[in-house]
Design a protein around this ligand. Structure first.
Ligand SMILES: Nc1ncnc2c1ncn2[C@@H]1O[C@H](COP(=O)(O)OP(=O)(O)OP(=O)(O)O)[C@@H](O)[C@H]1O
Ligand SMILES: [Mg+2]
Length: 477
């Protein structure tokens, strides 16, 4: 069964590979969009809605791993399928750790790819359906969903109770993963509007060019592709709550239009002339530093004041003390039934580790860490080695992705690590062509081979690493 989904973005620097993937997917009825580098893929994602990304692992310029990392940061729900050249478990793990939902190693059968894509398509449908149901259901969130005993979180719950029944506009600030969506949902559930629609729009996830028409609707023929009239989400939210998430990502012209809308609830559809009016309560959120955005001229100060009637500042998890363990216990209970019911506790060593981490991804990161540990754990208690290696992650974050841990050990060991990294990088850049790699490093091919042997770097010359789909001949391989 085929669903009407947005296109799949295929990223590969090999033209043959792109076109064979395109043919394969188009024949199955998927719309396909192509990018020849990770950089242009990121650009594309800014402007276009896609439902999944398929990327090659090694490409000239930014690698597939780095692409996944960035996609994951910006669009955490967008599934990415990685195609790697080797069938080694290490690379598979790397792909999954970077955030790929699946990986395929070359060569693969077309059915394998299609199977993985159709799973993503189904997931996409499910998420859409879930969002629809969640938006439609009467009580999506309650105060009890907001877990935490710290003074700050108690204060947050109290403020929600006070503010929810009013029609006051609310601005929710806080780092990524601190629970802004949860608070917005609770505000709606506890309001007089709770039986009315709750409409959430993620201003960062919708391409800038489409956001205005998504929000305010368009008339037929307003732009290419506007084949019929479409009411805006603000109309859908009539008498209910409109939650504008990631508001700092909204473009300047749209900020102006929103400001007018906030003045008296009136607006016109894109390409329309008729003035329409709705009654909505507005909640907005952002994880950006909004004051800095105002200072840089990226966010209108007058709009900020209009939105900022009541302000919630959700503290980062690292400032919530013991809440880390309260939340860890909560997620353990919530998730273990579905994953591994035998696991009932968190070991002391794991607890120390959880408490010492800085949690840059906040509650979302903690939830993911517990989920991962539940999958990996084989004893009845979560052990520290099944938690992510926070130290390495922090170092990576500090020194930029790809930097290795080379600070400790003997000089020889440190140099060897460096050497290995440089050689691997050069090999990847040159798609494992030894002559070109040797040229780039200004050593002989023989010397390169010798070093690779010494450092146990695979040469990439076995048939598994052929860079092609079955049946696709590629020149120069
Ligand atoms: N206090 C909390 N109690 C229970 N679950 C929480 C709490 N805070 C956050 N979560 C969970 O953590 C995840 C991230 O929360 P949420 O999506 O609300 O973050 P956010 O602040 O909107 O992040 P972003 O800025 O990245 O959009 C969700 O799964 C949410 O249910
Ligand atoms: Mg959010």
């Amino acid at each position: 069964m085929k669903f009407a989904t947005p296109p799949i973005l295929v990223v590969d620097d090999e033209r043959n590979m792109r076109s064979s993937l395109k043919t394969l997917l188009s024949e199955e009825g998927y719309a396909v969009s192509l990018a020849d580098s990770a950089e242009s893929a990121l650009q594309r994602l800014q402007d276009e809605e896609v439902f999944m990304v398929i990327t090659d692992a090694r490409m000239g310029g930014m690698t597939g791993y780095e692409l996944i990392r960035r996609v994951h940061e910006r669009w955490p729900d967008l599934p990415v399928l990685m195609i790697t050249a080797f069938a080694t478990p290490k690379l598979a793990v790397e792909a999954i750790q970077a955030g790929a939902i699946d990986y395929l190693s070359k060569p693969f059968a077309p059915e394998e790819l299609l199977h993985s894509v159709s799973r993503c398509a189904e997931r996409h449908q499910l998420i859409q359906e879930n969002n629809r149901l969640r938006n439609a259901s009467r009580e999506p969130y309650t105060l009890s969903h907001i877990v935490g005993d710290s003074a700050e979180m108690r204060e947050v719950r109290k403020l929600i109770e006070t503010v929810a029944p009013t029609d006051a506009r609310v601005l929710i600030l806080g780092e990524s993963g601190t629970g802004k969506e949860l608070v917005a949902g609770a505000l709606h559930s506890l309001s007089r509007r709770k039986a009315r629609p709750y409409v959430r729009i993620n201003c960062a996830a919708i391409p800038e060019t489409l956001l205005e028409s998504e929000l305010f609707g368009h008339e037929r023929g307003a732009f290419t592709g506007a084949v019929r009239q479409k009411p805006g989400r603000v109309e859908e939210a009539h008498q209910g709550t409109l939650f504008l998430d990631e508001i700092a990502d909204m473009s300047h012209p749209l900020q102006a239009k929103l400001l007018r809308f906030l003045e008296d609830g009136s607006f016109t559809r894109v390409g329309g002339t008729q003035e329409l009016r709705v009654d909505v309560r507005l909640i907005a959120a952002t994880n950006r530093d909004i004051v800095a955005a105002i200072e840089r001229g990226q966010f209108r100060e007058d709009l900020f004041h209009r939105l900022n009637v009541v302000q919630f500042r959700l503290p980062p998890l690292r400032k919530r003390g013991e809440d880390v363990m309260v939340l860890a216990g909560h997620f353990l209970e919530q998730l273990r039934h579905g994953i591994n019911p035998r696991i009932r506790a968190i070991s002391d060593a794991a607890r120390r580790r959880l408490l010492s981490h800085r949690w840059p991804g906040n509650v979302r990161e903690l939830k993911n860490a517990i989920e991962r540990a539940l999958i990996l754990e084989s004893t009845p208690e979560i052990q520290p080695h099944n938690l992510p290696d926070f130290e390495v992650e922090q170092r990576l974050a500090r020194s930029g992705a790809g930097a290795d841990d080379v600070e400790t050990g003997s000089l020889d060991a440190i140099l060897a690590l460096h050497e290995e990294r440089v050689i691997r990088q050069a090999l990847e850049q040159n798609r494992f062509n030894l002559t070109r790699t040797a040229d780039q490093l200004e050593i002989s091919r023989h010397a390169l081979r010798y070093r690779m042997q010494r450092l146990q770097i695979q040469s990439g010359e076995d048939p598994h690493e052929a860079d092609s789909l079955p049946g696709t001949a590629e020149a120069g391989k």
